[in-house]
Design a protein around this ligand. Sequence first.
Ligand code: SAM
Length: 237
Amino acid sequence: MESLPPDALSHRWEAYRLGDLAGFQQASNEHASILRGTPSLPSMSRGTSILERFSLREIFPTDRLIEVDLGSGPGKFLVESALQFPDRNFLGIERLLGRVRKTCRAASEIGLPNLRVWRLELEYTVRYLLPENSVWRFHLNFPDPWPKRRHQRRRVVDSEFLDAINRSLINGGEFRIKTDHEAYFEQITKTVARSDLWNTIEWAEEGYPRTDFEEQFLRKNLPIYRLRLGKRTSDPQ
Ligand SMILES: C[S@@+](CC[C@H](N)C(=O)[O-])C[C@H]1O[C@@H](n2cnc3c(N)ncnc32)[C@H](O)[C@@H]1O
């Protein structure tokens, strides 16, 4: 895998935040190789624009239900899920190159045709790159909590983000969130309560492998807060 300039993402993200589409386009084109598959699989380099939504059908060899892991970290959850559910496709979104590489290495050692990782900013990916009505399940496992008050605006979950997640879900789709941070969890549940786009579903059984961070928190006996949201479908008129 070729290496990326360390500032590749920050250029693009800064341009996006500033609304500088020309700058964003330029940085995107310079760093189009930011999109990656597992090394054993065909490259997903797009090489053109990432101002258009992707066709998920083009990046997975088979047409199956798609699950997206947002901030997939070192990849334990993603790799073990892809192994456990070979009849589903899994896409990880992670901005740290070392973590993307670790996931790709593990996936290629096992040989998982149903797993891809994109090294991208997750909020941008959800809002602008994933097609509408395309994803069966989103997972947000232990998002960065930004505990300091002056940093809290960096938290990824807000009403716009939830709306964008909802748009990308297919009917019957779900958004599953886990965090160790009680205050962030409360903020998320309050934001969800203000929206009429979601049903809260009981989350009785785990059903999925543990994540890297989850294992650390469990070893320390820390509580884990979970929220399982179903996309509410509008009643036919
Ligand atoms: C606390 S870790 C959790 C990792 C993994 N989900 C787990 O549970 O083990 C949060 C991860 O999200 C990634 N991340 C945070 N903000 C991100 C963003 N805006 N775009 C992409 N990745 C992000 C971080 O690099 C980190 O790997």
